[in-house]
Structures are given as C-alpha cells and as structure tokens.
Design a binder for this molecule. Structure first.
Ligand SMILES: Cc1cc2nc3c(=O)[nH]c(=O)nc-3n(C[C@H](O)[C@H](O)[C@H](O)COP(=O)(O)OP(=O)(O)OC[C@H]3O[C@@H](n4cnc5c(N)ncnc54)[C@H](O)[C@@H]3O)c2cc1C
Length: 341
C-alpha cells in the first residue's frame, strides 16, 4: 500500500462520510477543511433523508440506497442519530405517487388545519446535518483518520504529466496517493487548478430558524406554503426559496414572514421567535446529476451531489470502495447496484 495518505478536501457531510468509510477500511486518510466541519452547505441544510416513494428512476433508486446506508450508519457510528420520523406532505408540489393518507390530524396533532388528504412517507427521516457530520468525523478519527481544520487548500499539486499527487495549504504541501475533492461549491475552483473542468450550477436557498416550544412538529411537514421540521431542542427549520435578497434586513423580513406562517399553522406556536434567516448554497452539478468518481486527472477523485444529506451515506461507502480499489470507471460509483457500490 502507498505510504501517502488519501486526502479528502471538504469536511461537509459528503467528505465526512468518505473519510469515515475510508478509515473503517484501514486506509491512511487525512480530512482537510478551510473551516470547521459542516460549515458549508451542510450547516444550512434541512437534513431531510428520503423524499421519493415509488420513484424507480435512477435518482429515486439512489435516494433509496442513501436511506438504507443511513440505517447502517446509525447502527455503526456512535452518537449518530437518525430520526425516522416520517414526512407528511400535501399540495401540488409534494404529494406525488404515494397512497393518500387521511390520518394527518393524528400524525401532526398541532396542525391548525390538517389536510383532508395528504401523503405520509413513513420511510423518511432527518439528521441534524452538523451533528451527523461531527459524529462521522469522530468515528473516522477513532479509526485513525487525521484532520486539518482551518486549512484552506490553495491548489491541487500535480506532476509534470498532470497527475494529482498532493495539495497545497498556503506554504505547505501535503503529498497524497489520491485527492478526493468533496469541497461543495468550492470544488470547481479546486479542480480547475489541476486543469479539470467541473461545471456546477449551485443554487441559493434561505434557511429560517425559529425557537419554539418542543413537540409542535412531530416529523417533517411539507406543503405548497412551507416545509418545517423541529429539532429535539425545539429549533424549527423552514427552508424557503431565495428571492433575490440583497440585505440582511430583507432576509430578516423573510424570516418574520415564515414565523407568521408557522404561528398560524401550529397551535401552541404563539411564543415562537425568529432566530435567524441565512442563505445557503446547494452544491449541484450543471446537469443536476451526482458526480462521484475519478476525474480526468489521475489521482483525482470528485464527489459532488445533490441532495447531499440523503446521498452522503451511499456516496461515502461507494467512494471509499472505489478509491481503495483504485478503479477508474466511467459510471459514477453511486449509480451502481447496492452489491457493487
Ligand atoms: C437550505 C438548504 C436545505 C437543504 N436541504 C436538504 C435536505 O433536506 N436534504 C438533503 O439531502 N439535502 C439538502 N440540502 C443539500 C445538502 O445540504 C448538500 O447537498 C450537502 O450539505 C452538501 O454537502 P457537501 O459535503 O458536498 O458540501 P459542503 O457542506 O458545502 O462542504 C464542503 C466543505 O468544503 C470546504 N472547502 C471548500 N473549498 C475548500 C478549500 N479550497 N480548502 C479547504 N476546504 C474547502 C468548505 O469549507 C466546506 O466545509 C440542502 C441545502 C441547503 C442549502
């Protein structure tokens, strides 16, 4: 085995999962991030795992795989909590292929106006994205992974023939057997330093956080007006479309509007308060498909995917297998069947 470690750039949910899966397989792996774990898109995420009942498209199958790998991770990783709360969805945008459900009032008893017909997705769940990222990294470290945080990678280091064999951290060069770029929206710029084109079309979303009494929202609730879930500490998360906000005042007003909608939708929400309204960027490839696999430059592996929380579990597994096998196939690893992923 090479004496050089695998270097994973990006301690978001995807890089954390790759690092964990490499470390449990005994690989020498170093995880590098410009900031703290989960400080990128992961920090702003709603954390919903699932979303595609009856969807037999490749994207739907991949999400189903993501779900089953989260079940495995919840068993394997100490401190990792996956909340299989189910999701109650209705309205034009969300309700799709699943059977109609008439138990909305008992599933979400605090809804002021429970829908007469909704769809309940019992297999859906959520994680606190930052805590999940931290749990994966702790477990990776227990298995010997090294970490370098507060360490921006300034470029990928290449050999004369264009192979990637390290990363530059300011004045320092770290040699690597493979460099896995899981740097979210920063991936394009990093890959460009090795001459690799990675066209991305990332999109902004506003994440509103409220403080509210615990137990108002039992699972995930989504309809044409709002999506909401409540964390164990009472924090309510409401993602909203980005509406060309140009100032923090505009963002705050969006947050206040979300607060009004939430108060009107749930009994017992009168004392809810606005905590924050922030913009998060969803890392996404231009063709909206996951990009997971070796890149054109030898030694360079790329892992960028949306929806990244749902898929991080299966991507971490597939990427670790592929990096350790040093395979170089055309098809993204995460698109393969569970047996080979
Ligand atoms: C508001 C919102 C809601 C969402 N809701 C959901 C959801 O419900 N379900 C779902 O599945 N997905 C959801 N997503 C998408 C999901 O959050 C992302 O797909 C996922 O977090 C991406 O993780 P990542 O590890 O690829 O990227 P990131 O979390 O962005 O991590 C990339 C890391 O790379 C680091 N980095 C970048 N450049 C460098 C560099 N040069 N040197 C060193 N480090 C670097 C960054 O610091 C960062 O920590 C949502 C996203 C948003 C914004």
């Amino acid at each position: 085995m090479s004496m050089r470690p695998v270097i994973v750039i990006g301690a978001g949910i995807i890089g954390a999962s790759i690092t964990y899966h490499l470390a449990v397989r005994g690989a020498d792996v170093t995880l590098v991030d410009a900031g703290l774990p989960g400080a990128g898109a992961t920090r702003h995420s709603f954390g919903w795992i699932g979303r595609s009942p009856g969807d037999s498209s490749p994207a739907g199958e991949l999400r189903a795989l993501g779900r089953s790998h989260w079940e495995r991770l919840a068993r394997e990783v100490r401190g990792l909590e996956v909340h299989w709360s189910g999701a109650l969805v209705w309205g034009e945008h969300f309700a799709g292929r699943g059977p109609r459900d008439t138990h909305a009032a008992t599933r979400e008893p605090r809804l002021v106006e429970p829908p007469r017909h909704a769809e309940f997705r019992p297999d859906d769940g959520w994680v606190d994205p930052v805590r999940a990222t931290e749990s994966l990294i702790s477990a990776a470290r227990e298995h010997g992974a090294s970490v370098r945080f507060g360490a921006p990678v300034t470029r990928l280091v290449t050999t004369r023939d264009g192979a990637v064999d390290g990363v530059e951290l300011g004045q320092e060069i770290l040699a690597a057997s493979t460099v896995a770029v899981a740097a979210g929206v920063g991936s394009t710029a990093l890959c460009a330093t090795a001459g690799v084109n990675l066209p991305m079309l990332s999109s902004p979303v506003v994440m509103v956080r409220l403080r509210a009494s615990s137990g108002l929202v039992r699972g995930i609730v989504a309809n044409d007006q709002f999506e909401a879930r409540q964390d164990v500490d009472g924090t309510v998360l409401i993602p909203l479309d980005y509406d060309k906000h140009t100032s923090t005042d505009e963002l705050r007003r969006t947050g206040e509007e979300a607060l009004r909608v939430f108060m009107a939708s749930f009994t017992g929400a009168d004392d809810a308060t606005l905590v924050s309204a922030e913009i998060g960027w969803r890392p996404m490839m231009a063709d909206e498909k996951p990009r997971v696999g070796y890149a054109e430059a030898s030694g360079l592996y790329v892992a960028v995917a949306h929806p990244g929380i749902t898929l991080a579990s299966v991507i971490g597994h597939a990427a670790a297998e592929e990096i350790l096998a040093r395979t170089d196939r055309d098809e993204p690893a995460a698109h393969r069947s569970p047996g080979t992923a």
